[in-house]
Write a protein that binds this ligand. Structure first.
Ligand code: GLY
Length: 360
């Protein structure tokens, strides 16, 4: 079954989720992107798996196609790679009526999206996510970025894609730790949005669930948030649940800890902190929320703690985008489907992390 979700932003676009979409990407993109020169950007892991399929379908549909493959990994989400992509777009002579296609996971989507936002002051781009993480989160909503040495995603732009095609056939063969990375973002979304979705994840374990409806539920929730607050002035900050500590863990590990694993540990720290600081609504239905969140993450073999001490994490978080002057806005889970934004002085961040850091 094919799921479609409309995202009402400018541009308005459709997220299509289902099996076999990459081999049909040419005809499927025709409505959103008139025939043009399509520059497909991918990395050295995804390229060998899917680039030929995508290229063949685009050519067959009548697009002119150029391709660029960069070395895989978060370590390459930087100015050097971005600059090479921009030079490639110029050498390929892409014009304002042409389009960039981001084929891959979050790193590819963020960086190809940013290249599209910058090149000629903005050309269209489409997202072809091939990981669970990019399917449930990063391919939708128009955040594009690269990392700086000071922290993750510190240079970027908001630029919505013209279409998202999520081929669920790519997800069955993901290595378990890459799958788990995406499960962390899906669990985060369920904690934010939907008691029944969280209940299914907690009950059956994520792997037992059918993926397309889970992805569709996550995208549907995110689409609503993005429509109401595209530029993250308020409500969209909720999507950063687990990310303040998560980004700090990524930074402390020099990006050796993958994003979803870091977010899982960050979510667990915040859930325990919320419970121990008395912010959790521990009544009836919400009782044991922190424990339930941690065991759902652990079920996917995701970490629920971190070796980096609170002081190092707080220090690393100071360069986070969520900091505004001397304060920082945290996303606090008070229960399932009940998370709130809490702005605290930067000086209190370490004690909040300390409260949730230890397992017991
Ligand atoms: N990944 C969080 C957001 O798109 O706002």
């Amino acid at each position: 079954m094919i799921h479609t979700i409309q995202v009402h932003t400018a541009p308005e676009y459709t997220v299509t989720i289902g099996p076999g979409l990459l081999k049909e990407c040419g005809p499927r993109l025709r409505e959103a992107v008139p025939l043009c020169h399509m520059a497909v950007i991918t990395d050295s892991t995804v390229g060998p798996l899917y680039l030929e399929t995508v290229k063949a379908s685009l050519l067959e549909a009548g697009y002119q196609v150029s391709t660029y493959v960069f070395p895989a990994g978060e370590a390459h989400k930087n100015f050097n790679t971005l600059s090479s992509i921009l030079e490639f777009l110029a050498e390929a002579q892409l014009t304002r009526t042409d389009c960039v296609a981001a084929l891959g996971g979050g790193v590819t989507g963020d960086m190809a999206g940013l290249a599209a936002a910058l090149y000629l002051r903005g050309v269209k781009y489409v997202q072809l996510p091939t990981t669970l993480l990019s399917a449930v989160d990063s391919s939708v909503g128009g955040k594009t970025a690269i990392d700086l040495s000071a922290g993750k995603n510190l240079a970027g732009a908001f630029m919505q894609p013209s279409a998202v095609l999520c081929d669920t056939s790519c997800l069955g063969t993901l290595p378990p730790h890459v799958f788990a990375d995406g499960a962390a973002e899906a669990i985060k979304t369920a904690v934010l949005s939907d008691g029944s979705l969280f209940h299914c994840m907690e009950d059956g374990g994520f792997r037992l669930l059918e993926l397309a409806p889970v992805i569709a539920a996550c995208v549907q929730y995110k689409a609503g948030v993005v429509e109401r607050d595209e530029k993250e002035r308020g409500e969209r900050k909720l999507l950063n649940l687990g990310h303040t500590v998560g980004h700090a863990i990524e930074k402390c590990s020099d990006f050796a800890v993958p994003h979803g694993h870091a977010v899982a540990a960050g979510l667990a720290v915040m859930a325990r902190a919320s419970s121990r600081l008395g912010w959790m609504l521990e009544d009836g239905i919400n009782a044991r929320t922190a424990e339930r969140i941690c065991s759902t993450l652990a079920c996917m073999k995701l970490p629920v703690s971190t070796e980096y001490p609170p002081e190092a994490l707080a220090q690393a978080a100071l360069s986070d985008k969520k900091r505004a002057g001397d304060s920082i806005t945290l996303v606090v889970p008070r229960g399932i489907a009940d998370c709130v934004l809490k702005t605290i002085p930067v000086s209190q961040l370490q004690s909040v992390i300390e409260a949730g850091w230890a397992l017991e």
